[in-house]
Write a new protein. Sequence first.
Length: 693
Amino acid sequence: MSGLEPLAALGLACNVFQVVSFAGEIWTVCKALYDDGEVRLGDSDITGSLDGVVDSLNRAFHQVESSVTTIPSTSLTDNDREIIKIARECRNEGIFLKGEIDKLIDTTQTKGRRGKSLLKAVKVVLSSRINVKRLGRSEKTLRMHQKTLETRLLLRICDKTDAVKLCQQESFNNLDSRLRAFIAAFSEGETRISALLSQESSSIKNHTTIETKKLETTITQLAAESRAGISYDIRNLEGSFVRSTLDSTEKARRERLLRSLKYATMNERRNQIADPHTESFQWIFEDPPNSEASELGWDDIEDFHDARKNEEAVRLASSNFLSWLASPEQPLFWISGKPGSGKSTLMKFLVQDPRTKQHLTSGLGPTQILSHFIWSAGQPIEGRIKGILCSLLYQLFVAAEPNSLQSACETFPEITRKDTHSDWSDKELQAVVEFVIQSSSVNLCIFLDGLDEVHPSDGQISLLKLVKDLCKLRGLKACVSSRPEPILKRNLNGLPTFRIHDLTARDIQRYASSMLLQRFSSHINSPDSSISAYDLKKLHRELCNRAEGVFLWVALALRSLQDGSEKGDSLGDLHRRIQLLQTDLKDLFGTMWDRLGVDKELYQKDAAIYLNLVLTASNIIERVPWRETEDYSFTNSFPILTVLDVVLATDPVLTDELLAANSDARSSLSPLCRDLAKRIESRAIAFCGRIRQ
């Protein structure tokens, strides 16, 4: 038995039992977290938040120590000392377990602050923070102490009879409520901690419910935030994966579609076109300067080439073209010109010069430029309508926004299965081109060079229909170029236009001047040279007068003159080189002739007659007395044939009737001349400049 008074002994026992009880509650929390990863109030007898429990634990232990300090040590028996030791050990176990739980909560909150998902959950984190063996040891210690108190020590230090007597004393009601409850339960023979402390536990539970709920809310909130974070991360990962997959799929589909449109020689013709001389074609964007007194340093330059004569025409053509660029009203512009006059070079210049886009944008808003250069002398597809459409659609898709290609694939799903341009039909290509143009967020301007070079199997009529169909679409303009062939003239008549060979006299003059000075400057400055500055002036004059607006001829003539100079040709030889140069255009005109197809056989006889007439007339002119004046410009500018000459030369019967003064023959002359002029114009454009109507 205890050496203490009954009330003191029961008070000490009550305090020790509370220490054991509170330590047990902390262990229950720790065990629940370890097993389930969360705390549920219905799973245990937890009666307060951890902080509240620990505070109660510390207060109970302090009460044990306080009660012991008021008792003389001689009054304490071994049983009293053992129960105090049990209280101390249980209190230490509770503090240890609370510390482990604090570490867990700190770890969880830190992870939550960093936005990391609690993918391992609380249980996994706890298992990494708590030694499982140590937790088991705590459980064993607490259970052992509880059993010792309930079965042995309590009965040794307290007597049931004493408890009953205390309950009957008047001072009993003045005791602390928890002590009264403890003594009353013990007096009835109860020794279980849970029963002895039931009223105290109920009081603590009511007192700390709010704190407990706060703890549960905190843990639940952390878990919810963690789950939300995990869900968000998963959604992001899923979204990123889906986007990545879609991007890869879209990229592969785009590359396959572009590959099906591109053919090896798509840009061959464009790349073969030489860049213009630095001063050529500037007139289209700038007012041409007034003709200077000298281009090569000679005061009489105007005597052999009147550079002022076409300045007004150049200004008008420039004004019309720039107005067309900025105007939404007229969708189509036609640039025509003789073979070799620089149409393709001008078209390439317009496509590349940033001022073109500036003028388009100033009048129409944001504008994308597309271009294609038709070439009959290249691979067959380079002259086919399919080649044109493939080129345009390729450029549209390359520059288009991603959703434009996606929309096209959704509208025309069959195009996603195309592998090469041979998988496309002209009809499919045109439908997709029109769809993409109509879907475009910017305006479009197409520069299409060489309408006359379209493959005969497609024909100029089909190409013109395609161009006009495209020009009906909103926000699209087209500038086309070609030789002035009859079908094209009839169908493009009335459109804004200019003839390039009528506007390039000054460009040719400057180009020839620059090249002659570059190639013959050493001759002019050499005292031993047989070519003087005056001789170079005459070569320049003849080049410009014979050019007739054909840049290609000038380039070939300059190359021939350079070859002659390197071989030591005399001035006379150099002039003859210029006069004989027409034969160097054999390949060019041969290609033009071949493009006639079956018409070649029909027109061959007439062509031979016309050419022989020109040769005969030229030979006659060569023998006239004014040839001695060496005024080459005179013979070059004088029409050597009239329409009447050609009519009479090709109709011997009519000639005989006229010589016989037949009145019917005279009345038929006018309609015959008109018909012949139209026929010649449609079959031999360049020839028309050599006859007088």
